[in-house]
Design a protein around this ligand. Sequence first.
Ligand code: NDP
Ligand code: GDR
Length: 355
Amino acid sequence: MSEKRALVTGITGQDGSYLAELLLEKGYEVHGIVRRSSSFNTGRIDHIYKDRHDTGVKLFLHYGDLCDSSNLIQLISSIKPTEIYNLGAMSHVKVSFDMPEYTADCDGIGVLRLLDAMRSAGLQDSVKFYQASTSELYGKVQEVPQSETTPFYPRSPYAVAKQYAFWMLVNYREAYGMHLTNGILFNHESPRRGRTFVTRKITACVARINKGLEKCLYLGNIDSKRDWGHARDYVEGMWRMLQQDKPDDYVLATGETHTVREFVEKSFAYIGITITWIGERGSVEEKGVDSSDESRVLVQIDPKYFRPTEVDLLLGDPAKAKEKLGWEATTKFEDLVKDMMEADMAKVESGDLIS
Ligand code: NDP
Ligand code: GDR
């Protein structure tokens, strides 16, 4: 058995795929939990998993679910990981309003299941555990910028479930002396971001508009502000947290905030289009063209994307992570948009973004 053995829940997600790459590069034996699905859900890790027979890559996948305690106990007891990264979650804030009970089970109680599975397996003194906590915990603005000491005010069933998990970690850390760390991560994106999250929805749609495959981008609240970084930077921060002798809680953020509106403008600018806003409609403006012409409207608001309660402003203070972990976000807003646009333009060209 390898001395460095990681178990990653949510390995098929955006962060899970980057983290698996990072851990493999660092010589870990990596075990990932995959949900059974009627269609393939390993697209983000196929490039590392498929060639494991040829390259000897130490990546092992196991069926499992955060809602199934006996499965988690069995996996943790047999794998005996030295580090666990809990990235698995029903991670969509808007969807959590439609599925609050499932979200609580997976994102809240799921974490308790993992903590108790570690204890049942007798690993409570040896394993280090990372919990994917979130800037959504700050919710309704209490303080700007937000740091490890800012009070929480969750604004969605997702955030409430994550708050339960956050405090469960703190409690088990204090009660049993376990090495449990919360990473309070602000939004982080990449070309691997799911297409229902706003950044990727925008870049995929703009790339498709550019190719004539779509006419208009429909969005919800374009005035909310987010501190957007690149997922590749953030998984490095997760790993650094677990290399510390003592467990703690850390914010990872860029320290910059931008509106969804700005993300839209930058993405259209990438394909050479300047958007002019008339209220909440974004149009292409050119000399001599009638601005009320519907065919010039490239962005429109669809209220179905509004949330019952919104998080208006997120801006993180990553000073503690810089000081204690030597971590800093290397990708800034403009480069993030560029990276995502470049990738989606290439996907459209190769026929991978047909719908
Ligand atoms: P994704 O939505 O891309 O990935 C979520 C992962 O969780 C997928 O692998 C998914 O599997 C898995 N999953 C969902 N439900 C279950 C379940 N019941 N049992 C086991 N696994 C499950 O999220 P991200 O990669 O973006 O985020 C990773 C984690 O970090 C999440 O916990 C998220 O809440 C949190 N987070 C994310 C931030 C971000 O900006 N990306 C910021 C702060 C926190 P499948 O592929 O089958 O759906
Ligand atoms: P968020 O990300 O809720 O911050 O959660 P998302 O990209 O879904 O929304 C960001 C902001 O954009 C607004 N918005 C829209 N959002 C979506 N998804 N679709 C739209 O059409 C749209 N139009 C406007 C939203 O209202 C919101 O203000 C993400 C997830 O990764 C969480 O798991 C994680 O915890 C937090 O980031 C930090």
